[in-house]
Write a protein that binds this ligand. Sequence first.
Ligand code: HEC
Ligand code: HEC
Length: 483
Amino acid sequence: MRTNTLLFAVSISVGLFSSGASAQPIGERPVIERHIDQTNINRGRLSLDDLRRLGKALFDAKFNVLDGQGRPATTGGGAPRVPDQPEMIRTSGPDSSSCAGCHAQPRSGGAGDFVANVFVLAQTLDPVTESVSGAFSNERNTLGMMGSGPIEMLAREMSVQLGQIRERARADAQSTGQAQRRELRAKGIRFGHITVLPDGKIDPAEIQGVDWDLIVKPFNHKGAVASLREFTNNAMNHHHGMQPVERFGRDTDPDQDGVTNELTVGDITAVTLYQAALNVPQQVIPPEPVRRAAVVRGEEVFRAIGCAECHRPTFVLESREFTEPNPYNQPGDLRPQDVPRVFSYDMTAEGEGPYLERLGGGRAIVRPFTDLKRHDITDGEMTHYANEQVPQGRLNGFAPASDFTIPPPVRPTAQFLTRKLWDAGNSAPYGHRGDLSTLTEAIKWHGGEARQTRDTFMTMAQHDRDCVIEFLKSLQVVEPTNP
Ligand code: HEC
Ligand code: HEC
């Protein structure tokens, strides 16, 4: 059995990897030779730039068996199974050597082509499946993480607001002995209503577009994951068979691949911060006067016909700090109470530029073109986005089922988070399965809650349609601007 050593006590003034303690090792080696000790992060010995560099190395690493790649005795959900599984299998995973193998466009941390699709939930099957049929898994296109730090913080601030509404209703229900019904509204986005009974139980019947725990989960197409860290821990095990210590325990080898402590707590912090501090997508105004005018006109039309109701252009963040870890993390993912102090940085001044736009009073502006809410944009005619069959978890989210007056149903398969459009100009292909080649097809298939807006778009003057497309094309992932 091989145990990865947790180095890093070396003075960082001589460079993180240049301790010079031993001669250059030769022959087959793990890709990641040295792991990051979270206590060095807690003590402030590693800067954001150090952590971004180390996190990128982990994100780009093509892990091998000496790192602990593979999970012969466990599923991608972490459950035990007989150790006779294929080493790599495209459907159930491990399905890729590196995160960057899928998240590659236009560069590391970005989105992916159709060929990088994931068969979501096939990783939990025992035995594994070789089928790509929708009966076994949900095929999804790879999303890009540029701007994901601000997205995580936006979701956290919205969750705080929704939780406060619930707790005030709970206190009032208790003190008055009467059920309390309140509107759920966070940063101007309406999530229906909540009713809290005098005994504290929640009647969730009118909650809309968010899990009943009222935690806005901004990640993946379904809106089922709360933090970059939770996603990273899932993905390391699912895609690579790399077990993080914080999820699977120290000095144990649940997947029976002969390697323990495959990823340290510090490693997961670094790869999380690498993603969080990638730069923020921008609007790139074309130089040609005709196209420039079309972008301006297109944005007006986009708002006027109702696209911006869901693809919400701007939000104000009360704090411009990103803090890690996320307080909504559950056991199995590092939480603030597990560290002496959280790691924080200013999203308007640190990381990879261009940064988030700064506002006065410690605030910032995010322009994601989403409301972070789930919608059903399918109907009897517009069926394209209704292609999934396997439910992804239950509507109670992280809260126990006993908190509610009715048993939690599964998350509806036809509901998806409003897609962020701030990278629409260079994130083709489109749709959650990545099977639409143009923006117009992606818009054409909007039905259900978006039907009226979609019909307006499809029947308006061709020039206005062209302007909306030109506007969407101006929203782009851009090259880093700082050294
Ligand atoms: C085989 C391709 C593949 C690999 C490898 C992969 N991802 Fe992903 N990633 C995806 C897909 C597909 C999605 C969308 C998933 C969904 O909707 O369920 C996604 C979504 C994400 C998201 C959510 C982004 C958002 O805006 O919602 C994060 C974060 C992420 N991946 C991180 C990682 C990390 C970290 C690794 C490596 C440990 C990794 N991914 C490896 C394909 C991949
Ligand atoms: C009721 C809410 C709602 C309205 C209104 C709405 N959308 Fe969407 N939009 C969504 C959702 C949800 C998705 C994700 C669909 C999927 O992939 O499952 C989406 C996806 C998209 C995509 C695909 C982006 C990508 O990268 O895959 C585009 C483009 C888009 N919308 C443009 C528009 C335009 C233009 C309008 C106005 C004509 C509009 N939307 C109106 C909810 C809405």
